[in-house]
Ligand binder design. Sequence first.
Ligand code: ADP
Ligand code: MG
Length: 731
Amino acid sequence: MSIRQKVLFKIKSTELEKIDFPKKVSSYFGVNTFSTETMQKHISKGTFEAFKTWMSEGKTITLAQANEIADAMKEWAIAKGATYYTHWFQPMTGLTAEKHDSFISITAPGKVIEKFSGNKLIQGEPDASSFPSGGIRATFEARGYTAWDPSSAAFIIESTLGKTLCIPTIFISYHGEALDKKLPLLRSDEALNNAALGLIKLFGHKDVKKIFSTCGPEQEYFLIDKNYYNLRQDLIMTGRTLVGAPSPKGQQLEDQYFGTIKERVVNFMFEVAEEAYKLGIPVMTRHNEVAPHQYEFAPIFEESNIAADHNQLLMELMKKIALRHGMVCLLHEKPFAGINGSGKHLNWSLADDKGNNLLNPGQTPEDNLQFLAVLAAVLRAVYLHADLLRASVALAGNEHRLGANEAPPAIISVFLGEQLTSILDMIEKGAKSKVSKSDIIDLGIGRLPKFNKDTTDRNRTSPFAFTGAKFEFRAVGSSQNISTPIAVINTIIAESLDYVAEQIKKAKSTGKDFNSAVLLVISKIVKETKDIRFEGNNYAQEWIKEAKKRGLPNIASTYQSLEALTKKENIALFEKYKVFSKEELIARYHIWIHMYNLTLEIEANTLNEMVNASVVPAGYEYEKLLAANLDALVKLHKDASLKVDSGALKDKKDHLAEIVAKIYYVRRNVGEMVKLLEDAGKLNNEKRAALYFDELKPLMEHIRRHVDQLECVVSDDAWDLPKYREMLFIK
Ligand code: ADP
Ligand code: MG
């Protein structure tokens, strides 16, 4: 029996303690967060007012006030059992980082007290030299600083033997450059706020003080049993299977999505939700996804910065809690070849401090007009900056997913739906519509119907789809930190909102009335950006041809996508809106290319080891079996005159020859791969990434195809690597 087969007997649900009664969520939602309400209860009125002014107007608080908040935070955390604290931040490599310090402070020899000062709350200094900075920070000044982000509540992470207070922070260099993903997001929200306020003031909304982006990231993931995982060095090292034959039943029956959720999976989901609620993360829906053993969590949307922190936390919770249930949570974009990958649908909209959604068509024709102006800004932004959107989702894992048959292609286009499309067509033509009188407003150059959001009209293949009061950016990878895609969306839309406002003012200055001026600007943008709109099937081959005709970029590789970050006009855009400086952008470009290369090198080295240490020995084992069998048969034929059908004998020989050839072939290709890696070592990062994309990846695919063929013939007894049918179907 193979090790793999032994493991099959171990697959079972973990024994769980039964909970007597379900707790009401509202009774414990956010208990582990130092929310604004909790803070208010623990600090003086004056300090709380100062804190609130800081949040709404940006006037910072005094050190004495910071000390008061730090002390309150410490007391609250200690009362809840925390003994350590950490500044929690999001370095440029995607994971979150922590450096834990104890609260203790020595007062006399052998005596300690718990202490936490405002200084320590506001600023920390992790040993930053080990975080990538892309050249921003020279080693002689390797200091990086974490600085408190007071807009995101501090929280307590519980582990079995202790609790840690986590303080959300940004991570910056000595000179204030962003070394993380959060600071650019915060800056982009500022840019968006200014631009959006400028536009809606024109529409008469003088009372609105703040506009911000909102996000609801739908998180897809796979679960597999830990016993299988332990036997797959590719999953352990790279998060995806580098080899593995497709199982006869994949997702073709489409019987998974509405199937019932297996009990052990439901238990996992219950526990994730409970932990998430304690941290104030509003997860709402959970369901099966299209692929076997694939699932999704969707939260209720929140302000972007909070949504981004919550998504990072949720991913961490999912990984941690899966282990408690004897499973591993795979967040990779494409863990299994040939079946759906995992994405993160990033739902994005704009909200104001009065609770209005700027992408909600609204009740009155006037509201509709403002909605259409914002919509036009979005169209223009995506039309002009599709390259930046593509760059914001460029990573090795997503390269496997984008453009594969079940994910949006690397071509960025916008879907609006039938109703909106017909309205835009009408505005463009300035034509009279057929809608009934009560629904329309006559604006001189055309008629505008009262617009109802229609959420039934869906196109699930579009990378950037209007889905009723929000856009859904579907190209984001499941493992990604959403901060960068949000920062890009916010910035390009800020620029377009500014443009729309300016154009309206210009049109008005020629003597047009306001409504006509707005319609004129909208109709101009609608015309100019028409090529970015696509209502059809984004997965179809015809779309690829059509998009090419329209001149829309279709960049498959990560390294070429990332080049958008180094383009002069893009640098100018980000500098204008103070989201990224040139240095910060170039640094990101270098880090992400480097990450790509490291990912591929780890994959190739893992494949090399797997083939030589696991696949080939299994092949030899089988070869030996066949050879011995043939040998015995020939002997019996000769020595004992056993009658053997010549066809049967030939079949045996051919089969053996085929196995010998395949093993040889696989080994030869792996040898070539090793040579390629050696040669790549002499190249700079960009050239190396190109070589990996153009040659290494196809070579790895090639090796895989042959290994997968071996998997289908080598005796089941000799094959140690868990198979797709087991990992995905025996739960
Ligand atoms: P689906 O798109 O799957 O039909 P929903 O429309 O309910 O499901 O929403 C999906 C996600 O979109 C949820 O996470 C939800 O919170 C988020 N969402 C809804 N409205 C907004 C909004 N105004 N801004 C950002 N995200 C939103
Ligand atoms: Mg959705």
